[in-house]
Write a protein that binds this ligand. Structure first.
Ligand SMILES: Cc1cc2nc3c(=O)[nH]c(=O)nc-3n(C[C@H](O)[C@H](O)[C@H](O)COP(=O)(O)OP(=O)(O)OC[C@H]3O[C@@H](n4cnc5c(N)ncnc54)[C@H](O)[C@@H]3O)c2cc1C
Length: 464
């Protein structure tokens, strides 16, 4: 059994950032990642291959009622490889709620400012250049103006998407072949590896255990061989579903009564509108604007101008047979807007009798109302810009998976103390989106990066 100062499970957003900070401080770190290492030369090119090769369970996991499709990456870099790289700070509404729930006083704009500054300094952030906005984005902006809503350009972790050369960024949902997107293998993970961290890929952790004086990790390599490691500090960063599943499989529910409770996912609903002239939403920057409307925030939703590749669009468009085929033939004429709900009603994560992760997550009447209010705004935007027909995506999508190991004051309310250590544990921590106490209603990645830094500071302090 090999020994390390720290083992980080998961090389995604949280894991890469915590590993970079721990390694920089001199810890001997091992990062274990279930997915493969990929680079710009070998990202899958097609949508089908992208889903099959870069995501857990072929691209989609469903809640128990099969009304929500949840997506989580399985690749070195985790969500940072497949995400849209929008980096946003939380506002007072989100942070005040977190402070109230957890008693953590630095959950405030001032308290988070240095953490956000550090996280932002570690990546290149650019405003998506509006001069390259495609027609999908221009319809979004025009509709906002027509209806008196507020929107603003997106801030994205990118270093140069070369839109002037005609790049179509919809492709980078399966990895950015320009190395513009600031995925962790180009940023924090690279820093960790340069400073001496070891990365073990295609190795799935199956169980963890805490003994007197050390923690154990039991994992399996791609060829089926079991491997085990020992460490002083063990950091769960396997993403919300991964970290929860790991603790459930390792039998920690007796130690952590709130394990798996408080699961949120910002349910998103995509709406497609058909226009007489081609929209060509697949061209140019994938997205350029988002809503920035106080009224929307108060009503618990936000809007983003997005699109989906053809297989995703086909799944979401209603109808069957010839009617569906005719709609798909008009795909170039579709604009798309997504409603993302700030979900107030949490779900929960469990293991089935067969040991599979079960995701209980529904929208309650409050959250359905939020989604409905979002759709009312989308409909106004589309109608005001001359849409001929509007289609509603057939199911909700969860891309921001959060909670289950919530930061909390007491073990009855969550699993993680203010120092990111699991309640009752001496050396096991969590540093990914699973620690979110509630749904912020804002893109989570920048805050995951910021919290991972805070977690690292506590881990180092404990180790000393
Ligand atoms: C399509 C899409 C678009 C998105 N767009 C945005 C956006 O624009 N802005 C934004 O802020 N957020 C966005 N997100 C969400 C964001 O990517 C996630 O919130 C973020 O990646 C979560 O970080 P994390 O550290 O919790 O987990 P992840 O980044 O998912 O990392 C977890 C890692 O752990 C690995 N792992 C899991 N289980 C095990 C195990 N047992 N053993 C070993 N390794 C394991 C996984 O393979 C994965 O690599 C998007 C997500 C998706 C899917």
């Amino acid at each position: 059994m090999q020994d390390y100062d720290a083992i980080v499970i998961g090389a995604g957003v949280g894991g890469s950032n915590v590993a970079a900070a721990l390694t920089a401080a001199g810890m001997r770190c091992l990062i274990i990642e279930a997915g493969r290492y990929r680079s710009r030369q070998d990202y899958p090119r097609g949508e089908l291959d992208g889903n099959a090769q870069l995501f857990w369970n072929g691209g989609m996991e469903l809640n128990t009622s099969a009304t929500l499709a949840l997506l989580r990456a399985r690749v070195v870099g985790g969500g940072s490889i497949v995400n849209q790289a929008l980096l946003d700070e939380f506002d007072d509404i989100a942070l005040d709620d977190w402070r109230e729930r957890t008693g953590i006083t630095w959950f405030s704009t001032a308290g988070m400012a240095p953490l956000y500054a550090e996280a932002k300094a570690s990546v290149s952030i650019q405003q998506v250049p509006v001069e390259h906005a495609n027609r999908n984005a221009r319809i979004f902006k025009q509709g906002f103006e027509n209806c008196g809503f507020q929107c603003k350009p997106l801030q994205r972790g990118q270093s140069g998407c070369r839109h002037e050369e005609g790049n179509d960024c919809i492709e980078c949902l399966y990895g950015c072949r320009l190395d513009s997107k600031q995925a962790t293998p180009l940023t924090s993970l690279q820093r960790a590896l340069k400073a001496g961290a070891k990365l073990l890929t295609e190795c799935e952790v199956e169980a963890i255990a805490e003994q007197a004086g050390f923690s154990e990790v039991h994992a399996r390599l791609a060829d089926g061989r079991p491997v085990s490691f020992r460490c002083n500090s063990l950091i769960l960063a396997a993403g919300t579903l991964g970290s929860n599943a790991l603790l459930l499989k390792s039998g920690w529910q007796d130690r952590l009564p709130a394990l798996g409770q408080g699961f949120y996912c910002h349910p998103q609903f995509m709406y497609f509108a058909r226009y007489r002239e081609p929209v060509d939403a697949q061209r140019g920057p994938f997205q350029s604007y988002k809503s920035d409307d106080a009224g929307f925030r108060q009503q618990g939703f936000k809007l983003e101008n997005v699109f989906a590749p053809p297989i995703g669009t086909a799944l979401m468009l209603p109808g069957l047979g010839l009617g569906h085929q005719r709609q798909m033939a008009l795909m170039r004429h579709f604009a798309c807007i997504e409603v993302a709900v700030r979900d107030s009603h949490p779900g929960s994560l469990h293991l089935s009798g067969q040991g599979r992760l079960q995701i209980n997550k529904e929208l309650n009447s409050e959250d359905r109302q939020r989604a409905k209010a979002g759709y009312a705004a989308v409909e106004r935007i589309f109608r005001s810009t001359g849409a001929e027909q509007i289609h509603s995506g057939r199911f909700g999508i969860g891309l921001h998976l959060m909670g289950g190991l919530r930061l909390a004051r007491r073990p009855e309310e969550g699993c993680v103390e203010g120092n990111f250590r699991l309640f009752g544990s001496r050396r096991v921590y969590a540093a990914d989106a699973s620690v979110f106490p509630s749904a912020p209603g804002i893109n989570p990645s920048l805050t995951i990066m910021a919290l991972a830094r805070k977690a690292a500071a506590h881990i180092l302090e404990d180790a000393r």
